[in-house]
Write a protein that binds this ligand. Structure first.
Ligand SMILES: [Zn+2]
Length: 315
């Protein structure tokens, strides 16, 4: 059996249920849920946001040990700033070049960035003893970059949800518990959310199947209809099997994870009943719904979502 770190990577767009899926997977023996790890440099270290365990990431004992094991010392702020700048440079503005460089024409900067990431993921495995890291960063470009790291075996999960639901969710006012104060999550106009949905899901299909050791597609609606079956399907892709945390068909028992970033749901613990969030079907403005449908219809059809917005067709 190879010694590579297995990364079960949740890719897609925002508000697709990745937080609850990652939280459930993180309860499985041998699995460690890290949240949206690409944000660790800025949100975890520079902004000192809270880890899923409640402590700020910078003082969480688990992350302190991981970072020390990865870099041999406590990471200085300017080093985190540098890694955050490289994240944005390589993943937001120059992603085509980033991937090309990673494969054919490595640059010293790109090598340093990928070296830091390889050290980080290796240290997570070494410190926690878990064989599977569940990363819900979602960016398809970051996922494809992880697949180029030495010592990493990427298992990609393309997580989809009806874009009318994700756009509606991104207009709602929600508090952001990361800082322990009254700050709110960033909201988005429906057309902005729809454009990003199309871009991210197109890139998931283009980049991940070719680079990952396995590629699995899951729709939020199918996950909510059969949560146990869908989680079992994801666990099967990594080859690391263990009992799932379901107490009945729709209830999971969640303990705190050490997620560094993500939606407020990452702080949820205890017995959680899984119910689909369908509020958009009755509460979304018709004009917003029409805008999102017009901007996403090719992929809606491709992934078997009906254009009028009814229940998705089954597989
Ligand atoms: Zn923690």
């Amino acid at each position: 059996m190879n010694d590579d770190v297995r990364v079960l990577y949740l890719a897609g767009s925002g508000r697709t249920g990745s937080t609850i899926v990652a939280n459930i997977l993180g309860q499985v023996d041998g699995y460690f849920a890290v949240g949206e790890l690409w944000n660790i440099w800025r949100r975890g270290i520079m902004e000192a946001r809270r880890c899923g365990c409640g402590e700020p990431v910078v003082s969480c004992p688990v992350w302190s040990s991981i970072l020390e094991s990865a870099f041999g010392r406590r990471l200085e702020r300017h080093e985190a700033e540098q890694l955050d700048a490289l994240t944005h440079l390589y993943l937001r503005t120059r992603w085509v070049r980033a991937l090309r460089d990673a494969r054919r024409n490595p640059s010293p900067e790109g090598d340093a960035y990928r070296g830091a990431l390889a050290a980080l993921y290796g240290a997570i495995r070494d410190v926690t003893g878990c064989r599977v890291i569940v990363d819900s960063s979602k960016s398809p470009v970051y996922g494809a970059l992880l697949a180029t790291l030495r010592g990493v075996e990427l298992h990609a999960v393309h997580l989809l949800r009806d874009p009318r639901a994700t756009a509606f969710s991104s207009t709602r006012v929600r508090t952001l518990p990361d800082f322990g104060d009254a700050r709110l999550m960033r909201r988005e106009r429906p057309y902005v959310a729809a454009r990003r949905w199309t871009k991210n899901h197109t890139l998931c299909g283009l980049l991940l199947p070719a680079h990952a050791a396995s590629f699995t597609r899951v729709r939020y609606e199918d996950f909510m209809a059969r949560p146990g079956d869908e989680i079992a399907r994801l666990v099967a892709t990594t080859g690391v099997h263990a009992a799932l945390p379901f107490t009945d068909e729709r209830t999971v028992r969640l303990a705190a994870t050490h997620s560094v970033s993500g939606n407020p749901g990452r702080f949820t613990v205890g017995d959680v009943s899984l119910r689909p969030d369908d509020e958009w079907r009755t509460a979304m403005r018709l004009s917003d719904r029409a805008t999102v449908t017009a901007l996403t219809w090719p992929l809606l059809l491709r992934h078997r979502y009906p254009l009028p917005g009814g229940r998705p067709h089954t597989v």
